[in-house]
Ligand binder design. Sequence first.
Ligand SMILES: [Zn+2]
Ligand SMILES: [Zn+2]
Length: 387
Amino acid sequence: MYAPAGVRTSSDLPIADTMKAWVLGGPDELLTTRKPVPVPKRAEVLVRIDAVAICATDLEILHYGSPAKVQGGLPFNKNFTFGHEYMGTVAALGPGVDEFRIGERVTVEVHAGCGQCKRCRQGMYTACLNYGLNYGEVDKGHRANGFTSDGGFAEYAVNNINTLIRVPDEMSDEEATLVVTAGTSMYGLTELGGLIAGESVVVLGPGPIGLLAVGVAKALGANPVILTGTRDNRLEIGRELGADRVVNVRNEDAVAVVREMTGGIGADYVIECAGTPDAINEAGRMVNRGGKICLAAFPHDPVLVDLANLVRNNVYVYGIRGEGRSATHRAMAFMASKRFDARRIHTHSFALDDLPTALRYAKDRVEDAIKVVVKARGADALREAAE
Ligand SMILES: [Zn+2]
Ligand SMILES: [Zn+2]
């Protein structure tokens, strides 16, 4: 039985010594194994994982290894468990933890950061200067679960208390896994300096972050919110999340639509979530003078950028990584008060045992998959979830 020194457990939630976990073998190779259940330290808890959403970054990690970084290098063949958009139940408390109780439902943000570098001290823990330094003699205590430390495709994970967000009773496990995605959209708007009600926003690309960026921007009072993309079914979901206008770029000139809807001057903010090579130039033609562009996606290869257009028009460009400055808490506040319905982007659920199938659905967008969720407690849990 699991009973590490200094760790509080409860007979209501018995924990075995070992757990089922998926690990990365070589590139594109997933293996199941058993691992010891991890032990929370000071300011950490053990989370029993109940559900995990699959992210495009998980597909990147499975194939390329990066941006995961384990023991200073690529994560392959290191017994590494990925998966970072999970929620679950607090199962054990590390020494001194009284901020949470065993049995509470929580969802998590990815990055704990080291807590001691300049960026962590500024709340920019997703850009921690000690990223990935959590091993051997350079151990700074940095954690980014599913990137630099073990993540959620397993029965349990350890989380710093600062990465936990309480889940309201009436919110489903699946919806709770979407807080990280909504938090990323929220962080983008935070890094742009915050949005003032009545300002105009264009979102490029109706992927999960783009769709929830529509919901977050609308909840913050943006007007109008314009969403562009190529798939009508996704644009329709964007409309349900609050977009005032959607543009299928196969049929319409998005720049012309934006200019027409903003009195000819362009939008105050453009949030780029498409990652196509010309997206930044398109954003540059949509934003107004002195406006701001947030880059939440990127193409793999270097791209040609019309810098003169950006400089002459005093356009600000911000890259964002993840969901810093406690943006997930603000996203949860909106979701808990039903300011937008994040569930619209959840399309499929599988049991954790069927992770390879779930990943394939996400990668190949089988049956128009957007967010695919795995339920971590076997086929029984999934059957319960379906009822
Ligand atoms: Zn993600
Ligand atoms: Zn740091």
